[in-house]
Ligand binder design. Structure first.
Ligand SMILES: [Ca+2]
Length: 248
């Protein structure tokens, strides 16, 4: 049997239930807001931790003899870029750490120029401003003197629009290239340099040089291979730059 006194508690219960539900919704929303705020804060802190990237200080030489030779019939050849290369980004403070560093080579006695020309900072695109290495597979090795974080390797073989073959770019921790050996570019599809068959494309030399991304790898040594070019069997280097900073 229902009485007035039992109706009132039912109404009160209903009111309390609504109030509880409201509180629960508010609590739930507050929890969600707090979670969202925490997420925002962690995103901000992640952003704060991420290194600020800036263009590396590439100083391009004045163009030498540019243009595409008409008789260039080379397989796996990259199209000539129609505009300048985009800025290459790396953490602030990254510079050319190869300048003035010691260079060794499979060519012990270059006929033209000498090995110091690879890192002397002079990349003027003129005849004679290069070291010439003998025919066939040859390499140059740059010793940075200590471990560096390396973001990019930029190099010029020649001042005319030639194609150099079997271009391989490597980094390693030791001079024998047995510790932490990593290959960053390899267009030696026939494995002539015995560094493994590469999948990158042949490219035409320009005043912008070839820039290879090395993703901030830590290494002390940089090695560049080539095996002749489309004009003759010789190898040349105008300059090689290594954009990095001392490893922590
Ligand atoms: Ca030079």
């Amino acid at each position: 049997m229902r009485t007035g006194s039992s109706l009132f508690p039912t109404y009160r219960d209903a009111k309390e239930k609504v109030a509880k539900e409201r509180t629960s919704i508010i609590m739930n929303l507050t929890t969600k807001s707090l979670a969202f705020a925490a997420l925002c804060l962690s995103a901000v802190s992640l952003y704060a931790q991420a290194p600020k990237l800036v263009p590396v200080p590439v100083e391009l030489p004045k163009p030498g003899y540019e243009g595409t030779p008409a008789n260039l019939s080379i397989p796996n050849l990259e199209k000539v870029a129609t505009k300048e290369r985009a800025p290459f980004l790396a953490p602030a403070g990254v510079t050319n750490v190869a300048k003035g560093k010691k260079v060794t080579s499979t060519e012990k006695d270059p006929v033209v120029g000498d090995l110091t020309m690879v890192t002397d900072g002079d990349k003027t695109q003129v005849d004679g401003n290069y070291v010439e290495l003998g025919p066939g597979v040859q390499s140059v090795t740059i010793d940075l003197g200590s471990a560096h974080e390396i973001y990019g390797i930029l190099f010029w073989h020649y001042f005319q629009p030639r194609v150099y073959f079997c271009v391989v770019v490597q980094t390693a921790d030791n001079e024998a290239f047995t510790k932490n050996l990593q290959t960053w570019f390899n267009n030696d599809t026939g494995n002539k340099a015995k560094q493994g068959a590469g999948k990158n494309m042949n490219y035409i030399e320009t005043y912008e040089g070839k820039l290879v991304d090395t993703k901030g790898v830590t290494a002390r040594y940089v090695r560049l291979y080539s095996a002749g070019n489309n004009v003759n069997d010789l190898n040349h280097y105008i300059e090689a730059e290594v954009f990095g900073r001392p490893a922590k």
